[in-house]
Design a protein around this ligand. Sequence first.
Ligand SMILES: Nc1nc2c(ncn2[C@@H]2O[C@H](COP(=O)(O)OP(=O)(O)OP(=O)(O)O)[C@@H](O)[C@H]2O)c(=O)[nH]1
Length: 446
Amino acid sequence: MLCLPGFSRSACCGRLGAAARSLSGDRITGFTLSPPWWRAQQPSCNIQTWGRISTMSRGLHSNRHQQQEEEDTGRMSDYGDTDSLTEHDLGSEEEEEVLDFTDPFSTEVKPRILLMGLRRSGKSSIQKVVFHKMSPNETLFLESTNKICREDVSNSSFVNFQIWDFPGQIDFFDPTFDYEMIFRGTGALIFVIDSQDDYMEALSRLHLTVTSAYKVNPDINFEVFIHKVDGLSDDHKIETQRDIHQRANDNLADAGLEKIHLSIYLTSIYDHSIFEAFSKVVQKLIPQLPTLENLLNIFISNSGIEKAFLFDVVSKIYIATDSTPVDMQTYELCCDMIDVVIDISCIYGLEGAGTPYDKESLAIIRLNNTTVLYLKEVTKFLALVCFVREESFERKGLVDYNFHCFRKAIQEVFDVRVKVLRSRKHLNQIRNSRLAAINGKPRVPA
Ligand SMILES: Nc1nc2c(ncn2[C@@H]2O[C@H](COP(=O)(O)OP(=O)(O)OP(=O)(O)O)[C@@H](O)[C@H]2O)c(=O)[nH]1
């Protein structure tokens, strides 16, 4: 076991130990971080500091947002990730201010995810917990949303969308609510149902929402979160899921809309289920997903790796994984590893204006069941987290070399996306200037 300087073994293991135990009773036997993180200071770290750590971790999130803002305005230097360059060059932020909902080009730049459902079903809590690192208990004090709240999530070129949180009492028949305009540019509609409440009203609202949206935009992905399942027993969870699925599909079949597909997830903000569900929703909006999965498959099969995830570090959404099945405990362990890495980096690694996650970021955790967890930076906001058998990890040189190739390939995927967006923007400009000429307006110089 390698302990960090001034870092007691028990403190180091406490949280990871809990994480590791969730993986069929495994314990951590070793934990290594790359030197830049822990060479810096010598703070003594005892149990009391953990409270501070999580605050810092949340601080990191806001740092990231600030950093992203800075990037968007082109003030920050860039490391090997075309994000900042891309978004800035493409002027997506400026474009966004004048987003035209009827414009097919603008929606492709930033897909929209709508959060809908009855009052108090948990919509704002989901958004706050996943994207603002709010602790689940703090959501108890959230006030009811009374207007549509829009938020941009731009953590990387792949995780790049808008979330719209709707107030529960929204009325589709209100003439001031232009739902056509809203649904037209939507990639995914998440409908949240409170599983601890009577869900009959929620089901009829789901039906109304889905049918209205489908009429406007048949390409929307309909995602149903059966939420707050932390309050249900395992049997009750399955039964509720079956019942809701059946009733929702029956309602659609009665309306002759059986072709609409509803994806159902059991979620709670008190565990990782909400992150996993959101990961799946976001993945469907990433056009490069098959390429990323393919790259991961090639990477693991050539490196003796059991499982690999490509994570967005800020939100802990995994944007792709290889084709072997995902189990919840593996995913949880990866999330916990990211937390620990960022927390420790915040304490030991920050020098001056440094960020807790950079191109040097690397961590290795050895479990006592001969599994090694390996985390490595891919781009400024993406990390690869792998599960490797100890014997395969003995050939670390090979893993590292293959990782290098994998990272290069990811960069190429980014570059293609940049080119596509650039040409799309160019086409858009030509189209707008033609329209302006037809309407007799003077041309705006490009
Ligand atoms: N037990 C449990 N409670 C939750 C969960 N998610 C949210 N809540 C609670 O549900 C309550 C309502 O959450 P909100 O996020 O404000 O609900 P909302 O859908 O945004 O409500 P409106 O803004 O009125 O539409 C809060 O007290 C949350 O703490 C969950 O997964 N489990």
